[in-house]
Design a protein around this ligand. Structure first.
Ligand SMILES: Nc1ncnc2c1ncn2[C@@H]1O[C@H](COP(=O)(O)OP(=O)(O)OP(=O)(O)O)[C@@H](O)[C@H]1O
Ligand SMILES: O=P(O)(O)OC[C@H]1O[C@H](OP(=O)(O)OP(=O)(O)O)[C@H](O)[C@@H]1O
Ligand SMILES: [Mg+2]
Length: 288
């Protein structure tokens, strides 16, 4: 019996639904009931442990679990030995300073002030590296309320749309502290290398496949043979477009992967060039 790969998955919060959806899309079994703590997927020789997002880096850092899905901000806050293996393309946010509208314009003004955050490890390191001597007030959440409630002068928190900040009468200031998103993290060995437990490479390849299927579409079109070079520049694909002969030897058929967000612009440009029968189909799954 080979050892099963042990994977940490967020059990609640912003990351949990998207993480489970991505694993399902990658062909792994996921729990049906949100109270389940462990799920064994024997077909894939893999075990999923549903844990608090904040704790995931701790388990992977300690080496008791092989890999985990968490946020880059949570990984850095945990100050453990774990490495980012793959960006997962969801839960994108920035980590920023914010204060009451008009109070601050740069992080240098924070010396001597009280700063509330849920990410004290991350924040202390950032302030320390810049010689900013502020008092860090560690809170569990709803950090935006801390200034109004008198325990802090400014905050450092996760910002996505900025709606929560605005609702609390605050604005961001200073440079972004960090760009975060959901990431797959793995262990770091004694010599700084990343171990390759059985199943890890397949997991990464499958997740990369999900990312590709989400980001790309397939584009097919017909074009006169003498224009295929110019058309290929518009649709270079990942390696190189597939060019197939047509019954009418003056024309060829071209197939290529195109970023979904670019499909309409590329179709317009291909049409202008002379391409016809331009079709876009979605990719269900991929290995690249
Ligand atoms: N509004 C948001 N947009 C994008 N990512 C977010 C948002 N809020 C939190 N995150 C990300 O989610 C992760 C935090 O997970 P956490 O479980 O704390 O989520 P949460 O929604 O804050 O749950 P909790 O109820 O425990 O506070 C971090 O990586 C953070 O960057
Ligand atoms: O910029 P926005 O789109 O408004 O999103 C950012 C907010 O989302 C998260 O809050 P969450 O719901 O996790 O509550 P919490 O502060 O209690 O963790 C984060 O902590 C911010 O408060
Ligand atoms: Mg939160």
């Amino acid at each position: 019996m080979p050892n099963k790969l042990r994977v940490a998955v967020p059990n609640k919060g912003s990351l949990s639904e998207s993480a489970a959806a991505m694993l399902s899309e990658a062909g792994y079994r996921q729990r049906r009931d949100s109270r389940e703590l462990v799920l064994v997927d024997s077909d894939n020789e893999i075990e999923f442990f549903y844990l608090r997002p904040r704790d995931i880096a701790v388990y992977v850092g300690a080496g008791t679990l092989d890999v985990g899905i968490t946020g880059r901000d949570l990984l850095l806050d945990a100050e453990v030995e774990a490495a980012e293996l793959l960006e997962l393309g969801f839960a994108a946010s920035t980590f920023r300073f914010a204060g009451p509208v008009g109070d601050f314009s740069s992080a240098n003004e924070l010396s001597g002030k009280r700063l509330a955050t849920s990410y004290d490890g991350l924040l202390r390191r950032y302030l320390g590296e810049r010689g900013i001597d502020a008092k860090v007030v560690r809170l569990d959440g709803a950090v935006e309320s801390s200034v109004r409630l008198g325990v802090a002068d400014a905050i450092a928190d996760v910002v996505e749309t900025g709606n929560t900040l605005r609702a609390a009468g605050m604005e961001i200031f200073g440079d972004p502290i960090l760009q975060s998103e959901a990431v797959l993290i793995g262990r770091v060995g004694a010599n700084g290398e990343t171990p390759q437990p059985a199943g890890q490479e397949v997991l990464i390849r499958r997740l990369q496949g999900v990312l590709v299927a989400r980001q790309y579409a397939l584009m097919d079109y017909d074009i006169r043979a003498e224009l295929v070079e110019a058309a290929s520049k518009l649709t270079p694909g990942l390696e190189s477009p597939t060019v197939s002969p047509l019954q009418d030897s003056n024309w060829v058929a071209v197939r290529s992967m195109v970023l979904k967000k670019d499909t309409n612009r590329v179709m317009d440009e291909l049409y202008e060039l002379g391409a016809r029968a331009i079709l876009v189909t979605s990719i269900h799954a991929a290995r690249v």
